[in-house]
Design a protein around this ligand. Structure first.
Ligand SMILES: *[C@@H]1O[C@H](CO)[C@@H](O)[C@H](O)[C@H]1NC(C)=O
Ligand SMILES: *[C@@H]1O[C@H](CO)[C@@H](O)[C@H](O)[C@H]1NC(C)=O
Length: 236
């Protein structure tokens, strides 16, 4: 269903002089094997790190060079390590520059869970529990509303290893209406009238689109005009 591609590669892993391999401050002996970046079973071969096999989130072992393998909606590809003699340090964040934010969960100090960018993660099970709405409530799977009536949908999948907040347009109901009720769901860019105002569902939720003028015409949001009494009016 989800075509997410998790490419397993470890080009950033650095080999070092002699027969040992060094990653950051860790030194590995020749022929020693260990799990690197969670998915890679690697070994040190005469100063170079080689991938022996990969292991998925669920524990399935993939030989190097297998065709893309899909499990729990995640697509795995187990590629051999690329040579990267020209780097001299193991980067702290392998996703650097890719637009991803990687955080080390705040699980110290006995925290049971931590929140980051609207997602709640359990420190006990190491799984994503769901999303957090602006009131601080946990949404495990379903609709929720953020500021200015923007409608979102929280999805947790891959057995709690992945989650997504999807944009679903706007919620046109009141506080007592159920967010799951589709009659209040308004697709993005819908424009409608309420009284003499025109409203629109945009990137920032439900906002005024046009204001009425005395002469029966309308004016766009962001506009200002002086009325017959020279009073400044702003449509916003
Ligand atoms: C890693 O590779 C070694 C050597 O092939 C093997 O003995 C070990 O079981 C592997 N570990 C995992 C978790 O696949
Ligand atoms: C939004 O709700 C108002 C008030 O209930 C209603 O008049 C209007 O038609 C609704 N707009 C849409 C696009 O559903």
């Amino acid at each position: 269903m989800f075509g997410f591609l998790l490419i397993l590669f470890i080009s950033q892993i650095i080999s070092l002089s002699f027969c040992q391999c060094k990653i950051g401050t860790f030194i590995f002996e020749n022929n020693e094997h260990w799990m690197q970046n969670k998915y890679f079973n690697v070994t040190c071969q005469r100063g170079r790190i080689q991938v022996l096999n990969c292991v998925t989130d669920r524990g399935t072992v993939l030989p190097v060079g297998t065709l893309p393998f899909i499990e729990d909606g995640i697509k795995y590809t187990c590629d051999p390590a690329e040579d990267s003699q020209d780097h001299s340090d193991y980067p702290e964040n392998p996703f650097e520059g890719s637009g991803e934010t990687e955080i080390v969960g705040d699980c110290e100090n006995g925290n049971l869970e931590y929140e980051f960018h609207g997602f709640l993660v359990s420190c006990i099970t190491n799984k994503i529990l769901g999303c957090v709405n602006p009131k601080g409530q946990l949404i495990r799977h379903g609709y929720f509303v953020v500021k200015d009536k923007l409608l979102k949908f929280c999805k947790v999948y891959a057995n709690g290893r992945k989650a997504r907040i999807e944009n679903k347009g706007c919620f046109n109901g009141s506080l007592i209406d159920s967010v799951a009720n589709q009659i209040y769901h308004v697709p993005k860019y819908t424009i409608w009238s309420e009284g003499r105002l025109q409203l629109r569902c945009g990137d920032n939720g439900i906002q005024i689109y046009k204001c009425p003028l005395k002469d029966g015409k309308t004016i766009h949001t962001g506009s200002a005009w002086l009325d017959e009494n020279n009073v400044l009016n702003v449509c916003r």
